[in-house]
Each structure stands twice: as C-alpha cells, then as structure tokens.
Design a binder for this molecule. Structure first.
Ligand code: FES
Length: 116
C-alpha cells in the first residue's frame, strides 16, 4: 500500500478470540481491549480500569496494538518476563485491527459478570 496508503489507512475493528473459552468480541477503533470485552459481557478480570492495579493483565497470543502516549506508563505494572511473553495492561491497550487471540484468566478475581 506504500507509505501514504498506510498513513491514511482507515482504522478497522479488531475481532478478538479468547483462548480457552473461545468467546469472541469486537473492539472498535479508539476503544481499549478491556472496555470492549466488558461491553460484550465477558468476565474480564479487572478492578481499577485506569491502569493502576494490573488485574486486567492479558497475554496477546496474536495481533497488534499500542498504548496511546500518556503521562503514566502502564507497562510499569508488568515484570520484564511478562512483557517479554506478550502481556499487556488491557484497560490501557488499543488493538490495531484485524484478528487477535488473547490469553486471559476469564472469571478470576476482578470478575464483574452480573454487576454490569
Ligand atoms: S483494571 Fe486496573 S490496571 Fe487495568
């Protein structure tokens, strides 16, 4: 597509599959991974929703995304080993489109199913 094509490429939704449970949901451009999961009634582990507790840690098995620039660095909640194996802070991380697979401890501590 070339440099300008990539630059102006329209942002596309991301289709996410949860490893193990097989649940799927869609993340719209500009929406973070965890927010989209919760909106889809998936029992994503979480607590603070603002990038300070680390309970939403998620391993990205395949797919790409980014942290928007912010004064706080959410990656400080991860150990170097976790970062190395592809873990992200899902409430602060934005998928970039396409298909994605994630590995997350659905239904564990921080489970909010039934409270949404
Ligand atoms: S929910 Fe607390 S860091 Fe994401």
């Amino acid at each position: 597509m070339g440099f300008f094509g990539d630059l102006f490429k329209k942002a596309e939704p991301t289709k996410v599959t949860v490893k193990g449970s097989g649940e799927t949901f869609v993340v719209q451009p500009g929406q973070n991974l965890m927010k989209a999961a919760i909106a889809a009634k998936i029992a994503w582990p979480h607590s603070c929703k603002v990038g300070s507790c680390g309970s939403c840690r998620t391993t990205i098995v395949s797919g790409n995304g980014y942290y928007p620039s912010s004064p706080c660095d959410p990656t400080t909640l991860l150990t170097p080993e976790e970062t190395e194996k592809g873990m992200v802070i899902a409430c602060q991380w934005y998928p970039k489109g396409g298909d994605m697979e994630v590995d997350v401890a659905i239904g564990t501590e921080g489970d909010c199913r039934g409270q949404i």
